[in-house]
Ligand binder design. Structure first.
Ligand code: GLY
Length: 345
């Protein structure tokens, strides 16, 4: 069993192991004790793992109610959020009870924000089932819902009590969903780990335990230093400013991982053209896109509603070299320059 411990405002373990989902009841009981719990998941993940998790929780002594959302980013809204809170109240969950978030990034964000908000915060266990959620969104306590004006515009920093990354779930994902996770792994390589970029020339499947542990450890180090995203943590947003604009323009039909892949390629073509071709080749190896049909003007307009904007400036993550990024504060008039390479040169 691999274990990475995060020590920010709350100390918690991330357990990385094949089959750990089947032991969620026993593992969670050691950390949070038993009580009432709400299992929040989506309609696809429920069919795959809902019974396994519910059975494990019940055998450990948890009382379980379940709430299932329709899968996809469109469920990450205020309406679903309030429905969940009402369901928690109807089932008389108290401050000593727990939310179990079983699913990908959408479930993790929505369930995490529900845990953060209900009675000003109840216990939270994240059980990410996608590679993307394992390496990024389930760790570090960012929780959110979207507004029509933009992605993740309402949310809270709320650290979980435990994260369980069951590698069997990652290994059995459909290829396209697995590839979405690879985009975030490439992101970690680009921001600070050239060795990871080399590893990615091989097969992620064959090195899955090492890669998930490495990504989570990078994220742990960053979050320990800057939990609330005032500085260093912003590096984790490499490619994300154009990516959020692409996702929003597509009405979320382009997945987060694909949008991040395009965003990283766009920014690299604009800032470090000598590394762009190498990065594009790596992204394409994972069947991820590097170009978008949206125009620079469309993407800039959307990006201006991004929460990373501060008055007339925005902090962008730009590559200094292949395997290292830095933060750069630019004015909103300069964004178009960084978003100009929507296509390969
Ligand atoms: N996904 C970026 C972060 O957690 O800060």
């Amino acid at each position: 069993m691999r274990k990475v411990t995060v020590t920010g405002s709350k100390t918690y373990d991330i357990i990385i192991e094949k089959g750990c989902m089947e032991r969620v009841g026993e593992l969670a009981k050691q950390v949070i004790g038993v009580g009432k719990s709400i299992l929040i998941t989506d309609d696809i993940v429920d069919g795959l793992y809902g019974t396994i998790v519910e059975t494990s929780l019940r055998s450990a002594g948890f009382d379980v109610v379940k709430y299932v959302i329709p899968n996809g980013e469109r469920s990450k809204n205020g309406y679903e959020f309030l429905k969940i809170l009402n369901y928690m109240a109807e089932n008389e969950l108290t401050r000593s009870d727990a939310v179990f978030a079983l699913g990908g990034g959408v479930v993790g964000d929505l369930a995490g924000f529900s845990a953060a908000s209900y009675m000003r915060g109840i216990k939270l266990v994240q059980i990410p089932t996608t590679l993307l959620a394992m390496v990024d969104s389930s760790v570090g306590g960012k929780t959110a819902i979207d507004l029509p004006a933009g992605k993740n515009l309402v949310g809270a920093f709320y650290q979980p009590d435990l994260v369980l990354c069951d590698l069997t779930a990652a290994e059995t994902l459909p290829d396209a969903v697995f590839a979405d996770g690879c985009a975030e792994i490439i992101k970690y390589g680009m921001i600070c780990d050239e060795e990871m970029l080399e590893k990615l020339e091989g097969s992620v499947h064959e090195q899955i335990g090492d890669i998930v542990e490495r990504c989570v450890s990078i994220k742990r180090d960053v979050v320990n230093e800057d939990e609330h995203d005032h500085g260093l943590r912003q590096l984790l947003n490499f490619g994300h400013t154009p990516a959020h604009a692409i996702e929003q323009n597509s009405n979320y039909t382009i997945s987060h991982g694909r949008a991040v892949a395009i965003g990283m390629a766009m920014i690299t073509r604009a800032c470090l053209p000598e590394a762009a071709e190498k990065l594009e080749k790596l992204i394409e190896k994972y069947d991820l896109p590097t170009e978008t049909d949206y125009t620079t003007e469309q993407l800039v307009r959307t990006a201006l509603s991004d929460k990373k904007r501060k008055g007339n400036t925005i902090t962008l993550v730009v590559p200094e070299k292949y395997g290292r990024c830095e933060l750069k504060k630019i004015t909103i008039d300069e964004i178009a320059e960084y978003f100009r390479c929507t296509k390969k040169q």
